[in-house]
Write a protein that binds this ligand. Structure first.
Ligand code: FAD
Length: 401
């Protein structure tokens, strides 16, 4: 029987294990952590967004410049196939109001439990606390284990080591060095779906950290979306920020500090805002006038004070302009360890259509460790599952030949 070593027991590695074990390969999965799928389980903490129900064309466009590589994989295993697969594991899914797809329980643990049981029934062996640390001179895989270092040889290898975010869940990006030493080109891992630093004044930071900004429209270059985000002690975080984080990150990398524009009153036109602000203020403070006339208070009012001079704040024209188009300077992306996911990874020109490394035949790569990124919305997991399948099938083909 042909043997396959899969390194990394996240969604991508486990999917490759499923494909291979169904066809009778001897599959051993190695993971550095004491238990498997930790990031997948974490993803389920705030509601496991498995995939998205939007039309394929829109879905595929979420992968931006990497679409040409991801799209063929999604054609084999996209949102519908993923939902059917989950259903076969006994996990019903539903489409939320935003079009995002979740398991009915919202959690990842029932799915992972059912999946591991299926893999075990297929004969897959999982070895936890096995940290891959590179290759021996004879090309066997080196692992650090509790019993010391081990060398392992297999007929095919699938690397599904994840990206570089949330290292405490296992994927620490240490593999980058070992693959580079083997001559594989790797794009540096960068924060994706991340927050940004803002140089808040200490007064603003103390008063508003943890406060959500709701129903604002964020614009940046072509990006324009309504949503919400949170003020943090470092800057800004949250779904609306994550949605534009790739373009903002790249702009900061290219030009330094970059401004996003906020519309704090999307339900009003600038003329409406000005008309309302121009009503007689009487003895009211400017803060209470702002709240009474345009409904701006709390953190939104705080933001205006943070970025406008006293004169600007007292001038209706300039205040109305700022309410509709406030520039907020973002200084730097938060570190990759804090990001939801990472961009960068093994470059696609290093792998063939089966995700096999051209320079190391018999070794395949899958999941977030490949050089692609996507926004939140279920696109990350879908591409991890899909690439795990492609790598698994590729390894089967390789073993057959
Ligand atoms: C808080 C949070 C919430 C998220 N929510 C969602 C969501 O709702 N929807 C969505 O689509 N995506 C979500 N994601 C992203 C998604 O979880 C990841 O993209 C996905 O888990 C990546 O899968 P993977 O198999 O490529 O890697 P991982 O899941 O990271 O698995 C890689 C595995 O490799 C192991 N490993 C790493 N290095 C070694 C080594 N040297 N030796 C041995 N083992 C090693 C790790 O321990 C890990 O188990 C979320 C991420 C986070 C952090």
């Amino acid at each position: 029987m042909k043997s396959v070593a899969i390194i990394g027991a996240g969604p991508a590695g486990l999917m490759a294990a499923e494909v291979l074990s169904q066809k009778g390969a001897q599959v051993d999965v190695y993971d550095s952590m004491p238990s498997v799928g930790r990031k997948f389980l974490m993803a389920g903490k705030s509601g496991l967004n498995l995939t998205h129900s939007e039309p394929f064309e829109q879905f595929a466009a979420r992968y931006g410049s990497r679409r040409k590589w991801i799209e063929p994989m999604l054609k084999e295993f996209g949102a519908n196939e993923l939902r059917t697969w989950a259903q076969e594991l006994g996990i019903e899914t539903f489409v939320g109001t935003s079009g995002r797809v979740f398991p009915v329980s919202m959690k990842a643990s029932p799915l992972l439990r059912a999946w591991l049981k299926r893999l075990q029934n297929n004969g897959v062996t999982i070895h936890t606390r096995h940290r891959w640390i590179g290759w021996d001179d004879d090309k066997s895989l080196r692992f650090e284990t509790v019993a010391g270092e081990k060398s392992i040889k297999a007929d095919a290898v699938i690397m599904a080591l994840g990206g570089g975010s949330w290292r405490r869940l296992g994927s620490d990006g240490a593999w980058v060095d070992w693959l580079e030493q083997a001559g594989i080109k790797v794009e540096a891992l960068k924060s994706s779906n991340c927050g940004f630093d803002v140089a808040w004044s200490s007064h603003f930071k103390e008063k508003y950290q943890g406060h959500p900004l709701k129903s604002v429209v964020l614009s940046f270059e072509e990006f324009r979306q309504q949503g919400e985000f949170v003020i943090t002690k470092h800057g800004v975080e949250g779904s609306l920020i994550y949605a534009c984080s790739a373009v903002v990150r790249d702009a900061i990398e290219a030009h330094g500090i970059t401004n996003i524009q906020l519309d704090l009153a999307p339900h009003l036109t600038r003329e409406n805002v000005l008309t309302k602000l121009s009503k007689p203020r009487g003895s009211k403070t400017m803060a209470s006038h702002l709240e009474k006339t345009v409904g701006i208070k709390g953190v939104k009012a705080g933001l205006l004070r943070e970025f406008l001079s006293k004169d600007e704040f007292g001038d209706n024209e300039r205040l109305a302009k700022a309410i509709k188009n406030l520039s907020v300077p973002l200084v730097a992306p938060r570190p990759v360890d804090e990001a939801i996911s990472s961009a960068g990874g093994v470059m696609f020109e290093e792998v063939d259509e089966h995700l096999m490394l051209k320079k190391i035949p018999g070794v395949f790569c899958a999941g977030e460790m490949l050089d692609w990124e996507a926004p939140t919305g279920g696109y990350l997991l879908t591409a991890c599952f899909a690439s795990g399948r492609v790598a698994g099938r590729g390894a089967l083909k390789w073993l057959g030949s």
